[in-house]
Design a protein around this ligand. Structure first.
Ligand SMILES: [Zn+2]
Length: 313
């Protein structure tokens, strides 16, 4: 009996030690088989194109959950959307927290609810009204992926086409609990797009939304099967890579460092896939100085984007 108690203590101690170790700093090895040598055509964004950010909500959590080596201090995780007003149509990238975010949060794993606190800001739909942008005029909401915190605002934007690729639509229509809210939102107006364009900045294929190189989507599956990165090239020469939840905070790309084991188990469908894309984006950031890599939940980075215009300010 005494022997088995000791065995339990040793196993519990080893398990606890392994869990703690999984939060320790650990940079991913930066080596990659396919080099970043793909030429891209220079984008030609129209002068009237505008890029802006809509801060829709926040979650308060800790840096240590965002990347290996993060600190235990409280950290803001923004729940934002990006708007691109292009002469050929207005696009939103993700939908941020919606008006019913506190109801939507029931789809979160219990542990994630315990480890974070939700704070609503101004839902995207109300910010659009403030800018006199009619919902009917929006060409689409492009999802970086279909997790709850990116689709909550879709509940207020019914009728707007939701731009998605086949892999992510299959993810929503499957049984994975991580897509539960998207499933519960019911029949949204899904607009399927295909990666019908050439390799792009190290990614295997692309989809050029307007045909002028200003907005290009590339497949970056891992976090979810159909996760994408959206490259946006503004007329002022600035470029953005909206990487969704490939990393939750910019240190994940800068180091590069993956999420700790606990967070990976909770949110990443394919951990190896995430690591591969993370290293690719790390190298891209180093190679392209005018590119701002934007993790969906790093409020410090989101605040570097221009604010979305408002008519009622
Ligand atoms: Zn997210």
């Amino acid at each position: 009996m005494r022997g088995s108690v000791w065995a339990l203590v040793v196993v519990a101690g080893l398990g606890g030690g392994a869990l703690l170790w999984s939060f320790a700093p650990s940079a991913l090895p930066v080596s990659i088989e396919a080099p970043l040598t793909f030429p891209i055509t220079a984008p030609q964004p129209p002068p009237a194109m505008r890029v802006g950010v809509l801060h829709a909500g926040r979650m308060l959590s800790r840096g240590l959950f965002a990347y290996r080596g993060g600190d235990a201090g409280e950290r803001v995780f923004g729940m934002d959307a990006v708007i691109v007003e292009h002469p050929r149509g207005t696009l939103l990238f993700d939908a941020g927290f919606g008006r019913r975010v506190h109801e939507h949060a029931h789809t979160l794993p219990w542990l994630m609810r315990r480890l974070s606190r939700i704070e609503a800001e101004t839902p995207v739909v109300d910010q659009l009204a403030g800018a006199s942008i009619a919902i009917e005029s929006i060409k689409g909401v492009v999802l970086t992926h279909a997790h709850w915190d990116h689709v909550s605002g879709l509940d207020d934007l019914r009728g707007v086409p939701v731009w998605i690729n086949r892999a992510e639509l299959d993810f929503i229509r499957g049984t994975d609990p991580a897509a539960r809210l998207a499933r519960e939102l019911g029949d949204l107006d899904y607009h399927l797009y295909a990666f019908d364009g050439p390799p792009y900045w190290g990614f295997a294929a692309s989809h050029d939304v307007f045909g002028d190189g200003s907005v290009v989507l590339v497949p970056a599956g891992g976090h979810t099967p159909g996760s994408v990165i959206a490259f946006i090239h503004a007329p002022d020469g600035r470029s953005y890579a909206l990487i969704g939840d490939l990393a939750w905070q910019r240190e994940g790309v800068d180091i590069p460092a993956e999420r700790p084991w606990l967070a990976r188990r909770l949110v990443d469908g394919d951990e190896a896939g995430v690591r591969e894309v993370l290293v690719r984006v790390h190298l891209l950031q180093r190679a392209v100085p005018q590119l701002l890599v934007v993790p969906a939940h790093d409020r410090r980075v989101m605040e570097r984007l221009p604010p979305a215009r408002r008519d009622d300010a």
